[in-house]
Design a protein around this ligand. Sequence first.
Ligand code: GLN
Ligand code: ZN
Length: 769
Amino acid sequence: MLSHNLGYPRVGSHRELKKASEQFWAGKISREALQKVAQQIRRENWQTQKEAGIDLIPSNDFSLYDHVLDTSLMVGAIPERYHQLIDGKSNRELDLYFAMARGIQRDGLDIKAMEMTKWFDTNYHYLVPEFVKNQKFRRYSDKVLLEFEDALHQGIVTKPVFVGPVTYLLLGKEKEGGFDRIDLLDNLLPIYISVLKELSARGAEWVQLDEPGLVLDLTEKEKLAFQSAYSQIREALPKLKVLVATFFDALEENLPIATGLPIDALHIDLTRGAESFKSLLEDAAFVSSSKILSLGVVDGRNIWKNDYQKSLDFVSEAVKVLGENRVFVAPSSSLLHSPYDLDLEKNEEVLTPDVKNWMAFAKQKLKEVTTIAKLAGTDWASDEDFIANQKAVGSRKNSLLIHKPVVKKRAAAIKEEDFERLNQFSVRQAIQLEKLKLPLFPSTTIGSFPQTDEVRQLRANLKKGTLTLEVYENRIKEEIISSLRWQEELGIDVLVHGEFERNDMVEYFGESLSGFVFTQNGWVQSYGSRCVKPPIIYGDVERPAPMTVKWSSFAQANSEKLVKGMLTGPVTILQWSFVRDDQPRKDTAFQIGLAIRDEVVDLEKAGIKIIQIDEPAIREGLPLRKHAWKTYLTWAVDAFRLSAAGVADQTQIHTHMCYAEFNDIIDSIAAMDADVITIETSRSQMELLNAFAEFNYPNEIGPGVYDIHSPRIPTVDEMIYLLEKALKVIPARNLWVNPDCGLKTRKWPETEAALRNMISAASLLRESV
Ligand code: GLN
Ligand code: ZN
């Protein structure tokens, strides 16, 4: 039984690619030096996979920035604005590539980057292909051929990986009206076919075409496109073995399309789409064909050890129906979404051995795949690897580190009224108006202030132990005090303490909650050179002690003005962590919700009258299929409400979200019932508010009046313009004035200038009504 891998992380085990790219962008190293680092990583990755015993090792899964961008370069889908960078010299290809990825502003050029968006429901971001009417494609980059050759020199005949043609089109965007991008398929396919032919001529036996588009809701035309694409590929390349990979969800109604494709192997994700498995084995056409079924049994997107028993059950069932030669074993998806190597976690205080023993990162997952393939068909119960695996998996099932009866009992006792504030919003609003005495159009910020190197150094030194807790806390207090004086001087109505003590809005809370662990090197690529190191939620979540009360009450004690308490919401904490796979996400979200609820109640007790619970990640959690949205949104909204509803009517609950689409989930946002919501809107010139207006959104709203992602200082006039636009759709008494998001990535001078203008805009507006 063959084992194969769909893709490997590519930033390097110590983020070598990140470092080299950033140095290259800064002009500090040559393109040859960058290419060398890249080649080194690819070779190491191939070697690692070879040593693990993977039969079909991928190539072209590597990317200097993003594999969808690589595809755009391969097929010459280069938007017009970059054409001046095409000059035929191959050493310029890199400049063009990074200009598309990051924009370019030099030598008299000023070209914006391509848009970036999330890769399905992962935290990886890709560059959105741009299509025009009658888009022509042509072969441009030969990256896939070069990488195949490079591996060949190392004695490895790889299985080149592509974003499949239909998914590639689905991922893109029409940049003008009058056509449907799926109609570009016939223009696009000759490019794929020509590349595939060349690969085949150079000795490729297998290719992998990733078509996760098959797990989405598709139109009839899109469904037909799959059939057409693969028939054409088959016709042009009767001998090349084609594996179509689907992942991240079940095939559902697209199953007959997938099974009907004239291909050699179909890969399915058994960690997220196990129901496809049963249907496939009952699909007479598939069973009677000679097609191979690739079983994605090892989770490519989480860090838990595989349960061999469970995986071997899947494999045995498939073998029973299809025979041994028609089954492959693989990870569920590319391992791009896993950290590199668990063996690099050497600090036992950070990651204790018992918890570590429940985990597997990319390198360990390779071994899991090959072990499962090895054990299949044998008498595995007595195998050493199997026994060790079952021991680890079993110890996790019952560990008291994970299972805390008090937490479970409390979660089980949640009642309907725990989700409800005492009175409805209109009643609360009247009470808050009287108690908080805020002016019309109150001004505030979203929480964080510029994080200077000095502040970062403080936290780092505390961690390293070169700074005592006392000195550290005194320095943070000084920062808070000076930011309070500064906010008062600017004339902001609702102050914040500035979040100087926080490294990251999720990590900070994870570090204070039980049930979380952290890694030292568990980096996962988010986009380009940006990597994140998500916390790991391994057990029942509990709040052993207050987490923010000390800082918030210190701040409140040092100002006459209202200071907002600042928390991260349960869905965002869940979404930006590796989560448990031994209980539904909902249960974990509720446990976190209860912990945050306790914090909210404690803040109220400490005299904090306004509390913000940030939920920027609610939208990201949406399932890929529309029919599953409702279930998710119901528990996500409930988790937030659970965290917020423990306080009296007079305590004002804020939430904050910074993403750009509210239309299709506006009813859920309203159901969160925050007294005030601050949102990102400036980049859309307040267009996004229309969703709130059309819905008759009843609660208070702070639509961001300027974009914090740029150092540009907004003028008073443009902010008044935006606020007046907002006033057309929001009642005056409901309108707040604030930036789009937190200010931690900005510098102090520009922040001061921008906020000064913002406050002027608010007061001018007040005078004018
Ligand atoms: N309170 C956080 C901050 O200001 C919110 C960040 C976010 O929305 N991503 O930094
Ligand atoms: Zn934000």
